[in-house]
Design a protein around this ligand. Sequence first.
Ligand SMILES: [Zn+2]
Length: 412
Amino acid sequence: MKLAIDRERLVSEIQALGQISEVEPPVVTRVVFTEADLRARAWVIARCKESKLSVRTDAVGNTFVRWAGSAPSAPAVGTGSHLDAIPNAGKYDGVVGVLGGLEAIRALKAAGFQPKRSIELLIFTSEEPTRFGVGCLGSRMLSGTLTTESAAKLRDSSSNSLDEVRQKAGFEGPLSSVKLAAGHYHAFVELHIEQGPILEREGISVGIVERIAAPASESIFLEGLGGHAGGVLMPDRKDALCAASELILEVERAARSTGAIDTVATVGICDVFPGAVNSIPSKVRLSLDVRDTDLVRRDGVMNEIFLASKRIAEKRSVSIRTEILNADAPAECAPKVIGALVESCRKHKLTYLPMVSRAYHDSLFVSRIAPTAMLFIPCFQGYSHRPDEYAAPEDIEKGVLVLAETLAKLAS
Ligand SMILES: [Zn+2]
């Protein structure tokens, strides 16, 4: 089999899809079930149909693009990623895995390859948490990690339920039908930009992800006493922002205390009420994001932060309440899929690096129901979730070549 990736076509498709945005390109904003998201889906589906692939969409909009194998009832080999983008994002996050997956299938067809197992390109709904506050919505539901009952309770910031919004977008059928049957996939592999600087810095063609870190996130609400910045004397204060400041430093200390490079913790949001120069902060909302490749260690950090919040609340006479948004387990990637990726790199004489994914992806949830691994390609300076996100055509081509070879191995 002589595999050839049509780099020009793929890059022009990535550029064309980057024009479909809620805001002025090159800035990409495509929040799930907005007009831009639906237009992007329709555009990609049209490309898939041009390649004579069959398309099925489930009740939450996850889209399955299938190239039937000679044993169509055998568990399929899956690949794919997402098309939604956070506000003010770039062209490559998710898209490289969707259009790259399509290009891999087209290259295999052009090379005359005939798969035994069906090969399926999967476009996940709402990998980004922007609209409903929970990331990887589609893959959580496919894998049964998010129950139908919990999904039905999700609402966006305008109080529209997931159920209403997805039906308005044209996705019908009961949400309970989204969960995939056991054994649907024989293997799954997701191609993605690294979103970090390592591959580019080391000059390595691809990263083979062996573990995906476990993310947990919480909202933390602090409440003290407000008052006039001149009138209330220091001994009488219950300043919620001062308490939040102590807690933020405890978050940093807890993450550092494990001594493990894989433990990371971040407070990315600090909303202060009432937010006036001459008013003592009475309420603060913090976001907390903790990740680790080791679940016990991550939960240890979460617990330390919780204990610190108790101490700070008592010392400063403020109330601190935490609300867990998600606390997911990490994933070990499947040796079978990692092995196929390694063999493919060797065959095409491409350098590869075993990696940990510290960002989480739909693959984290697919790994609950299928042997899964991920393939990373370098991206400029590790930039992601910003308009100047960039992956070089030659790097994309190498990634798609390895993906195509790997899909062929797994589907034979
Ligand atoms: Zn992504």
